[in-house]
Write a protein that binds this ligand. Structure first.
Ligand code: GAP
Length: 433
C-alpha cells in the first residue's frame, strides 16, 4: 500500500500534477506546487464543490474573505488560546514530534534518545502588518477560512436579508505551522479549505448536522470515491475542538491508513457569541414572525481541497495488464478529469494529417478542455493520456482525409469507434454532460 503512495507521488511529478515547491533550491519541506494537470484537477474539485453547495442551493451564498484579519478575531475565536499542538523534542537527534503521535512519550522513535516533556506549540503563522516600523502590528495568516464568514454574518443579514436556515460557503487558503506535516499533500503548512457555515435555529441543529453528514458523504461517492474506502467517524468528547459540541469526520482509506478528509461539526453558538462579545456588535438573528432575537447555531462542513485531490488521485489510480504491458490509467470521474479530449495524429510526417488534427483540436478547445500531442508514436501517446486520466482520444489517420471520420477511443474501455468529424462535438457534449 505504501508502494502505491510512492507510485502516485512519482506519477504526479512525471506527468505534471504536483511538484516539490522551490525544488531547484532543494525544496521547502512539505510545500507543494500544482503543475498543469494538478491545477486543472484541483479547480475541477473546487468547481464541483461550489456547484453542489452554492449554485444548486437556494440558501447558501458564496464569499471570499481576506486571509489577513484583525488580530482580535483570533482572540475571539479562541485560536490564540487553544490552537496548540503539544510537541516533544529529542535531546539527542533534535527531531521534533507531535506528542499525540508518540507511543512512548519519553523515548525518541527515531534514535531512542530522551524526549523533552511535552510543550505547547501554537500552530498559527505570525507576520507584521503595515509599512512603517513603529506602526506595524502583529497579524496572523488564517488557520481556517471559517472566521471570514462569521465576521461577515451582519453584512450578509443586511445585504441579503436571508431567513434561517442559510449558509455561507468559501474556498481559500489556510495556514498552520504543523509540528509534523507529511504524507505528500495530506498534511501541509499551506493548504486550501472548502468550508460551509450553515446557520440554523438551535432546535434544528442535530437534524441539520445529520443531514449535512449524509450530504457531504454522498458528494464524495457521486464523484467516484469507492464506498468501501469511505467512512464516517464520530468524534469522542475528548477529541472535539474547543468550539464544537459534536463532530463527525469523513475519512478516506489512504495507502497510509484511514485519515480525515472532512469534518462536519456543530459549533453551536460559540463563534457568534464570541465575536459579539469581542466586537461589541449585536450578532443575534431576529425572527420576524416569532419576534425573538437569538444566536443561531452553526453547522460546519469543513473539507480540505488538497486532501480531496489526493483521495481522488489514489482512488483513480489503476494498473491493468494489456497484452505484455502494464497500462497505468487514472480513472477520474468525468467532471474531475483535467483533460477531456486529446487529439492525436497517427502519422506526424504527413502534413495533411497534422493540419487536420490541429484544426480539430482548435475547434474542440472552444467547448472542451482539450489538448493536441504529436510528440511520440500513437501507442505512447495513448499511454500518456491514460496516465493523466484523459477521457477521450481522437486519432486522425490517412483515411480521415478521405472519409472525414476519426477514431474515438474511450479511456476506460479502450474501445475505439469511428465517428464523423462533424458529429464529434455533439457526441462529446452528450458524453460529458
Ligand atoms: N473550520 C474548521 C476546521 O478548520 P479542521 O478539521 O481543523 O477544521 C478542516 O480542518 C479540514 O481542512 C480537514 O478536514 C482537512 O481536510 C483540511 N486540513 C486541515 N489541516 C490541514 C493540513 N495541515 N494540510 C492539509 N489539509 C488540512
Amino acid at each position: 500500500m505504501v508502494d502505491l503512495m510512492q507510485k502516485i507521488v512519482s506519477l504526479c511529478k512525471r506527468r505534471g500534477f504536483i511538484f516539490q515547491s522551490s525544488e531547484i533550491y532543494g525544496g521547502l519541506a512539505n510545500t507543494w506546487d500544482y503543475g498543469p494537470y494538478g491545477v486543472e484537477l484541483k479547480n475541477n474539485v473546487k468547481h464541483c464543490w461550489w456547484k453542489a453547495n452554492v449554485y444548486e442551493q437556494d440558501d447558501i451564498f458564496g464569499i471570499d474573505a481576506a486571509i489577513l484579519m484583525h488580530p482580535k478575531v483570533w482572540k475571539a475565536s479562541g485560536h490564540l488560546e487553544n490552537f496548540f499542538d503539544l510537541k516533544s523534542d529529542c535531546k539527542s537527534c533534535k527531531l521534533r514530534f507531535k506528542t499525540a503521535d508518540l507511543k512512548d512519550k519519553e523515548k525518541c522513535p527515531e534514535c531512542g534518545g530522551e524526549l523533552t516533556p511535552p510543550r505547547p506549540f501554537n500552530l498559527m503563522f505570525k507576520t507584521t502588518y503595515g509599512a512603517v516600523e513603529s506602526d506595524t502590528s502583529e497579524v496572523y495568516f488564517r488557520p481556517e477560512t471559517a472566521q471570514g464568514m462569521f465576521v461577515n454574518f451582519l453584512n450578509i443579514l443586511d445585504s441579503k436579508h436571508p431567513k434561517l436556515p442559510f449558509g455561507l460557503a468559501q474556498i481559500g487558503k489556510a495556514f498552520r505551522n504543523e509540528v509534523t506535516p507529511g504524507n505528500f499533500t495530506f498534511r501541509m503548512r499551506e493548504f486550501e479549505q472548502m468550508e460551509i457555515e450553515y446557520f440554523v435555529h438551535p432546535q434544528d441543529a442535530d437534524k441539520k448536522l445529520s443531514e449535512w453528514i449524509e450530504r457531504r458523504f454522498n458528494w464524495y461517492l457521486n464523484l467516484g470515491i469507492k464506498k468501501e474506502n469511505l467512512r464516517k467517524r464520530p468524534h469522542t468528547k475528548e477529541e472535539l475542538a474547543h468550539y464544537a459540541v459534536a463532530c463527525t469526520d469523513i475519512e478516506y482509506h489512504f495507502p497510509f491508513g484511514w485519515a480525515e478528509l472532512e469534518g462536519i461539526a456543530n459549533r453551536a453558538d460559540f463563534d457568534l457569541k464570541q465575536h459579539a462579545q469581542f466586537s461589541g456588535k449585536d450578532l443575534r438573528y431576529f425572527d420576524e414572525v416569532k419576534k425573538e432575537r437569538f444566536y443561531p447555531y452553526i453547522i460546519e462542513p469543513s473539507g480540505g481541497v488538497d486532501r480531496s485531490v489526493l483521495a481522488f488521485l489514489v482512488n483513480a489510480y489503476h494498473e491493468e495488464k494489456v497484452k505484455d504491458d502494464i497500462r497505468v490509467v487514472l480513472k477520474l470521474h468525468k467532471d474531475l478529469a483535467p483533460i477531456k479530449v486529446a487529439v492525436l495524429p497517427l502519422l506526424k510526417n504527413r502534413p495533411e494529417i497534422v493540419e487536420l488534427a490541429r484544426k480539430i483540436a482548435r475547434d474542440l478547445k472552444k467547448n472542451f478542455v482539450s489538448t493536441y500531442d504529436d510528440t511520440a508514436a500513437i501507442g505512447k501517446l495513448y499511454r500518456r493520456q491514460d496516465e493523466i486520466g484523459t477521457l477521450y482520444c481522437v486519432t486522425v489517420d490517412v483515411e480521415s482525409l478521405e472519409d472525414k471520420k476519426v477514431t474515438l477511443r474511450d479511456r476506460d474501455t479502450m474501445q475505439q469507434d469511428r465517428i464523423s468529424i462533424n458529429q464529434l462535438r455533439e457526441y462529446l457534449t452528450d458524453k460529458l454532460r
